[in-house]
Design a protein around this ligand. Structure first.
Ligand code: EPZ
Length: 454
């Protein structure tokens, strides 16, 4: 699996470092893309393989940098990782797991948050772990207090070092009662990956229940874990002594699917997203219906296009099954073309509207309220870190010179450049290519007019 190598389309575009695009926008995007396994499941399932006494096979693994980071971290711990029996599949063999040296781990941590999920599996396998300081998109403080509190409840000893955290479990790990202050995806995964081999039963309350979490539970059950999903965000895990490898095809990436759908709306095009499924996108599809999008659910994917003029909406991001925080950035680009005033309340992260600066530079009418909007009926309980964006449209967008800030915001910058009349230069595009497999090929497949110039 050659990582991060976009084969530039056959019409011979220049092959730069993949960091700077020159985009000529203003034309509808029309064509077909395929989405593979979800970035936010695949990386966690790779970590889960550490818990097995035999090799695992993971299928539909996208060629993205988060996968490369986790692959390197597994390899420095002695896990053998290689291509399995079909394209995009990995065989992960944990039978020779060993401690790694801090500097090796540090060198491979990359700009990822996944290393924090190695705690439980390494404590079970080796009795100790060193986790380097985390990377990841700058969309808020992104603390890990829920993770560390949970690990301590399992009996782990946590020492904070200047470069990361060292953990040990002198008396092993025992089942615990954990009530998360917030349905955190990462903290829920932390508990699942630790509880499955702990001594005794773990009760997790206020758990995240995203489709990627449910798919991780499916992976762990295949390995021999006993996990029951109770009503009202309660998950019970009975620790077992031994887990085996799994063979699993990852759930599709609904965040990438939502990004391509928003691109079709913003440019008034028509994009078929192969691999997208309705159940995991119900809330997104409801919002699209309100916005005035036409979509067709097919056996092998979903076709997205406009269905007349786009209409304004009010959206509140929330944990699943609410409207995902990862969906608001691409949707906002489409809302700049809606006829009227839209409002997006961001309730999950405290700084996730930074990308709108570039849209305003391109002509969008967006006002961000850093402390949210007062009053008005709210479905989602207010959190002290809410912000709101008010978008008025339709506004014609014009080309600009923009720098990509993070993965989801960066993709929105590219959609905006493809929507805008004229030429844009989009820099730091590597961030997007690290989260969306074959990004340039997919842009070419939907007819985007661009060159890789750096
Ligand atoms: C995961 O991040 C995803 N990343 C995010 O996607 C996604 O936006 C997020 O879940 C919400 O769905 C991966 O899966 C790799 P959280 P995670 O823990 O686990 C606070 C993308 O672009 N919190 O649910 O880090 C936190 O600050 C990324 O693919 C604590 O306060 O999200 C945030 O406000 C962006 N303490 C809220 O909870 C903690 O210990 C939700 O975070 C942990 C989290």
């Amino acid at each position: 699996m050659t990582l991060l190598h976009d084969t530039i389309s056959a019409d011979g575009r220049k092959e730069g470092a993949g960091e700077i695009l020159s985009i000529r926008g203003g034309r509808p995007l029309t064509g077909r893309v395929e989405v593979k396994g979800a970035k936010n499941l695949v990386t966690k399932a790779m970590v889960a393989a550490l818990l097995g006494e035999s090799p695992s096979i993971l299928r539909d693994v996208p060629d993205i940098s988060d996968v490369a980071v986790v692959r390197s971290l597994l390899e420095v711990h002695g896990v053998r990782v290689q291509e399995a029996d079909e394209p995009g599949s990995l065989m992960l063999d944990p039978r020779d797991v060993e401690s790694a040296h801090m500097e090796e781990i540090d060198a491979h941590a990359g700009a990822s948050r996944i290393p924090i999920l190695f705690c439980g599996p390494l404590l079970h396998r080796l009795g100790q772990a060193f986790i380097p300081d985390l990377g990841g998109c700058r969309i808020g403080d992104r603390p890990i207090d829920f993770h560390l509190d949970a690990l301590r409840k399992f009996g782990a000893v946590v020492d904070k070092l200047p470069t990361g955290i060292r953990l040990s479990a002198p008396a092993g790990l025992r089942g615990a009662n954990i009530h998360l202050p917030y349905p955190s995806v990462g903290a829920t995964e932390q508990v699942l990956l630790t509880a499955v081999r702990a001594n005794g039963v773990t009760e997790l309350r206020n758990a995240a229940i995203e489709p990627e979490i449910m798919d991780l539970i499916a992976v762990l059950q295949k390995m021999g874990a006993i996990i029951s999903y109770e009503p009202n965000r309660v998950i019970l895990i009975e620790g077992v002594d031994r887990l085996e490898g799994y063979d699993h095809r990852a759930v599709f990436d609904r965040n990438e699917a939502a990004s391509w759908a928003s691109a079709a709306l913003a440019t008034n095009g028509e994009i078929f997203v192969g691999g997208a499924r309705q159940p995991e996108m119900l809330t997104f599809l409801n919002v699209l219906r309100k916005v005035g999008a036409g979509f067709e659910i097919r056996e092998d994917g979903i076709l997205f296009r406009r269905d007349g003029d786009l209409r304004p909406v009010t959206v509140e991001t929330d944990v699943h099954p609410g409207f995902m925080t990862d969906w608001q950035q691409p949707l906002i680009v489409a809302l700049t073309q809606a006829h009227g005033e839209s409002i997006v309340h961001e309730t999950v992260y405290e700084n996730r509207f930074g990308f709108t600066d570039a849209l305003v530079k391109m002509g969008a009418d967006i006002v961000v309220h850093p402390h949210g909007l007062q009053g008005g009926p709210r479905r989602v309980p207010r959190r002290n870190l809410e912000q709101a964006a008010v978008i008025n449209g339709p506004t014609p967008l014009h080309g600009a010179d923009i720098v990509v800030p993070d993965l989801r915001g960066g993709y929105s910058h590219v959609i905006a450049a493809l929507t805008a009349e004229g030429e844009s230069t989009v820099r730091n595009v590597g961030i997007i290519r690290r989260g969306y497999e074959k990004f340039f090929d997919k842009l070419a497949a939907v007819g985007a007019d661009f060159d890789v110039i750096g």
